[in-house]
Design a protein around this ligand. Sequence first.
Ligand code: NDP
Length: 286
Amino acid sequence: MSATIIDGKKVSKNIRETLKTETAEFVQKTGVTPGLAVVLVGNDPASAVYVRNKHRACEEIGFYSEVHELPEDTREEDLLALLDRLNADPKIHGILVQLPLPKQIDADKVIRKIKPEKDVDAFHPENVGRIMLGNYHFLPCTPAGVMALLDAYGIDPAGKDCVVIGRSNIVGKPQAFLLLERNATVTICHSRTADLASHTKRADIIVVAIGKPRFLKADMVKPGAVVIDVGINRLPDGKLCGDADFEPITELASAITPVPGGVGPMTITMLMKNTLTAARESVKAD
Ligand code: NDP
């Protein structure tokens, strides 16, 4: 079998086109331009690239966008004060603080400071709770991107055995809930899971998000399974690779996401979707 390669770039492009049209209609109808503020603290080069890409995506879709670049030694209270101003700013519907933050800043405090209705990353405890209750406006961008890819390729998780490897608050845990919400039977594996392969080998859908290059081998995958690779790892030669051993798995899986070009492009697209949702909700609230 040769797996279908799930094309995240193509799906992402289609969703962005739709968002562009919907944004133009929204602006025309309400006079409100959706606005996103992205805050970057410090000089992490990967974070700087993500922030630039987010700004570019905003421009492409027709959003107003602000980037706040703060120095590495920014004091926590100064960042919190900036968030207060952004929370109160009517031009801004979505606020995103790029993680990780320098060590003098408590990321939890920062996440809690963002007004839940502007929390387009969906990391605020209120939004996390809403996801658990199935009563949400925003979904965390990466797991939402995974669900959008499954939908785009007609892969219905209902009734399927799904294994999520990784239990972080930003990917693994919410991913498991989203699959559960779509009626999958979900197993969450992590670094303390005994005999991880015994779980993955019976899975119809595997989502791997651990940050270990080519960790998931072909002999851990059931023939015909779908493999969604969230991992982004930089190899010593500078190339990117995922958490799944891509080529051998394509021989037996029914579908797989490549890295790069799979889940990655979907994350920013889902952020754009959340920003438009935030702007829509703000108009309803007025
Ligand atoms: P974290 O480091 O926060 O979490 C990693 C998870 O993997 C933990 O739950 C850990 O288990 C588990 N894990 C680590 N090693 C193993 C192992 N050997 N076997 C089983 N489980 C293991 O990572 P994130 O969730 O933030 O990110 C995961 C990957 O996804 C990274 O490569 C990251 O770059 C990528 N990523 C990609 C995004 C995209 O847009 N495509 C967005 C976000 C992340 P335990 O809890 O027991 O320690």
